[in-house]
Ligand binder design. Structure first.
Ligand code: SF4
Length: 373
């Protein structure tokens, strides 16, 4: 990937070369903080497996304060433009992990951005934010009584004041250097994202000076802008740089980018079981052209989206995952059997989750105040 390529957090480029991202933007390898993290908590499977591959200031802003019992906040956001799928679950699992470590979780529903950049209908974004995103987070295990949920278009005035203030110290040329071609909707959305990331440092929102933002690799532009802005407002607003982690994006079932707008590329957590099964059975694998060839040569799990599902979502036990990998490359495991095994795990998860989701939908409005128009 050329250094001229800009990352587009609004979704037009998928980041395949994570090494390029780290070299170009100075992101540090996450494995360098794993041992230190183990002193206070067991890393989750995304961290152990290198799916969370990079970080900025994780030791300084997360491990050190947690080890001293100091407060840490997490900020993460969801764009309410489609249904909640397994790519979103990757972020959800991480924020639940941090909540269990005592981190104060803040979840923003980026409805203003969905309206301005994705041209979504307002009512639809609010409904999706409530009943897809927040409800799924609760059903997955996020404790809503210990989390803060908000919509971008329904915050307190001090949050909007940040957006106005930030506009004074950022130039259009600088934003274009980070994001590529800009237009008013993207300028406002980018400054709003910076306010999302930084507002938890204000006294009105808890005054958290240690903030972690776990993001997919394609969201780094927002972190770079927010960190630059925090430097410029360090004296005026006492803002500090947030820490971040970067995770790989799980490929879609067709081997390309997973997306809500391509329903066959992913499994939604609300998919009817038969629909989900059918998608998994049709998923791209790393299998050979014939059974005989596969028995002889072994398959290629690194090309396989079913293996991705095992690695990202279905199997927490590293030893069990290694066994699947070994049986796959040795040719002992055949794709039909392997997919049925994956489905048996996934089916149990979906059945259980969908029951929890119905209950979560009933309580969502206790925990968030949606915009009125
Ligand atoms: S055996 Fe399983 S992991 Fe290996 S390529 Fe086939 S479906 Fe993928």
């Amino acid at each position: 990937m050329s250094s001229e390529v800009k990352l587009d957090p609004w979704g037009h480029i998928s980041v395949k070369d994570y090494g390029w991202l780290m070299r170009t933007f100075g992101i540090k390898p996450f494995n360098e903080v794993l041992d230190k993290l183990r002193e206070i908590a067991e890393p989750n499977r995304y961290m152990r497996r290198g799916i969370v591959f990079g970080h900025r200031d994780f030791g300084k802003k997360v491990i050190n304060p947690l080890s001293k019992g100091e407060p840490v906040a997490l900020l993460t956001g969801f764009m309410p433009s489609g249904r909640f799928h397994f790519g979103h679950k990757l972020t959800a699992d991480q924020i639940i992990y941090y909540q269990k470590l005592g981190v104060k979780v803040h979840v923003v529903i980026a409805d203003a951005e969905a309206y301005a950049v994705r041209k979504m209908d307002r009512e639809k974004t609010i409904e999706i934010g409530l009943y897809e995103y927040i409800a799924n987070l609760i059903a997955l295990g996020l404790d809503p009584s210990k989390a803060v949920f908000y919509f971008q278009s329904n915050q307190k005035p001090t949050y909007y004041r940040l957006i106005q203030m930030f506009s004074r110290k950022v130039s259009l040329a600088e934003m274009e250097a980070i994001y590529g071609t800009m237009e008013p909707s993207k300028v406002v959305s980018a400054l709003t994202q910076a306010a999302d990331i930084l507002h938890v440092q204000l006294d009105d929102y808890g005054g958290y000076k240690n903030v972690i933002v776990p993001v997919g690799a394609d969201q780094d532009p927002h972190l770079r802008l927010a960190r630059d802005i925090s430097d410029r407002f360090h004296n005026e607003l006492n803002l500090e740089r947030p820490a971040s982690t970067y995770h790989m994006l799980q490929r879609g079932l067709d081997g390309n980018k997973m997306s809500s707008s391509k329903p066959d590329s992913t499994i939604f957590l609300t998919d009817d079981l038969e629909v989900a099964r059918s998608k998994l059975m049709k998923a791209l694998t790393g299998g050979r052209a014939t059974v005989e060839e596969q028995k002889q040569l072994g398959a290629e799990p690194w090309k396989c989206t079913v293996y991705d599902f095992y690695m990202f979502q279905l199997i927490d036990d590293d030893k069990r995952l290694q066994e699947i990998y070994d049986s796959c490359i040795s040719g002992k495991l055949l794709c039909g059997h392997c997919k049925r095994n994956a489905w048996s795990i996934l089916e149990k998860f979906l059945e259980d989750h969908q029951k929890k989701l119905e209950k979560a939908k009933d309580i969502v409005l206790k925990y968030v105040d949606p915009p009125k128009f």
